[in-house]
Design a protein around this ligand. Sequence first.
Ligand code: GCW
Length: 645
Amino acid sequence: MNKLKSLILAVTAILTGSTAWAYDGSCLWLSGGDNDNQAVITVPKSKSPTVAIAAEELNKAWHGEPLRLEIKRDKNLGNEGFRVYRDKKGLVLSANNDLGLLYGSYALLRDNAAGKAIALREEIPAYNVRVLNHWDNLDGTIERGYAGHSIWNWNELPDVVSPRYREYARANASVGINGVVLNNVNASSKILSAEYLAKVAKIADVFRPYGIKVYLSANFAAPMQLGGLKTADPLVPEVAAWWKAKADEIYKLIPDFGGFLVKANSEGQPGPCDFDRTHAEGANMMARALKPHGGIVMWRAFVYSPADADRAKQAYIEFQPLDGKFDDNVIVQIKNGPIDFQPREPYSPLFGAMPQTDQMVEFQVTQEYLGHSNHIAYLAPMWTEFFDYVSPSSLKAIAGVANVGNDTNWTGHPMAQANWYAFGRLAWNPQLSSEEIIDEWMPMTLNYPENTPKEVTDGLKKMMLNSREAVVDYMMPLGLHHLFAFGHHYGPEPWCDIKGGRPDWMPPYYHRADSAGLGFNRSSSGSNAVAQYPAQLAKKLDNINTCPEEFILWFHHVPWDFKMKSGATLWQELCNRYQSGVESVETMQRQWTAAKPYIDPELWNDVNERLMTQARDANWWKEGCLLYFQQFSGMPIPDNVTPPV
Ligand code: GCW
């Protein structure tokens, strides 16, 4: 069967929900392959299942010259790196160990599938820990999941091990992800029970040959909830002993267990502060239980409470003074922005502010605040924007909140696979550009024929590359944030102000619209959140005339008639941005329409229907927000903007 045909069948299988797909391949970007070129693959003699997988993958799909795989000592390559070079006998892929060969094989296949010439090179990943965080609950639901239910079938484990776990591991390994936190950070203690650990161990067994470690979200109160202790105080010896015994039990079952992810004293979760202890005291106690086994604790810094003035400042206030107090196997995990995964946020000022502490960034791959699985929002531009401010080398590790569920196409929106893919690629190499990543992903996944006109493929590329900015424009331009409806984080509700509710869960807290202007004054005349940034940047952000306009309403309460760089008033500019967001989606629809003859019809229809929803929603956002804010500006909708109906 030729490649095109097999892919079309695979895509069809995905979209029709045929179970064949789940057993047959993992992702649109991974074809089953058909090696009609009879390429010759030479592999080292080895009993390693990892090498066997590398050989199997290459044998299935490698199109090209004969290729030799070799294990060769080369300490520069570390545990996971690889080298592609040529010697007298031909093309060689070498690595220090099995895993390097697997990553190298996927890299070569990626070059191959994207139709690129094989680049001779050396690659080592930027981080040793590149994890996906599943917010999957043990009852099968997923917090902020929009692609069906959890792929973990806890009821049938450990007896039945779904073939899908292997496909999932394969997809992750192919893009360089090497760790998975299986359960929600709002964690049930039950995951640490003997019953569930036996199930977890089965998943770990499937993941191991793919170089993927299993981690678990741990509930800080587990010693009470599961162990029957009267306290979870980290300084009480019985509590520490409970965690130590639990860690020993886990490592007996899972010798390469990665460690714990902890959400503590955040949104009602228990934590060390309940016992007047610090985050560091809590994290270190757990870290010491894991230390003898080589495990780590990823301790989240997502803390805020309604009592304090500005939510954007709170994580810094609580965590920065703890710098240097964390053990060396603790990594503080910080969301990219100071609030919560909004379409655009400035980076969290905690990054770089704790030089004696290992830090990692948490990105959100699932589109909680970006149109769920209805909107195209290619997120590599958001993540590379973060790296423009925060040097990748200042981080120890990287995490992404997964967008994977049991939908047959894994991510609900087929184009959302690009975000899973991009997260993995950036975790491996944060220097990659959004464009390089989409150049790899698009031809592999959309599988349009080689003779597809360049203007069509260029249009598709633009559709993806501009999509995140479109979302920002039609939802929350110019630094606006958290205008979401109280109940669902999908549509707009800037007016939502439930009497007696938590003020920091309501949009007026964030936009502060009044007759004088719009935006949250975080400058030195306001909450002074700017002072948490390095001096030079703080100065720039503090001044309304030098603050980048994409953040102006984040840091300033801006008068409605303030002159923006375009010459328009704030009000006009706001209207223009909403209009531009709506028009961007119309452009995306045209770009997709132009590609119709070249894309598998079912895939095309699926994306087309979702684009119609996205266009409807973009208008809904524009109209809802403009009509609401107009009450405060008291100014007319400019002529170039289609008036809300
Ligand atoms: O964004 C908020 C979400 C919660 C989530 C929380 C967190 C897992 O709305 O659903 O809980 O952040 O990151 O802990």
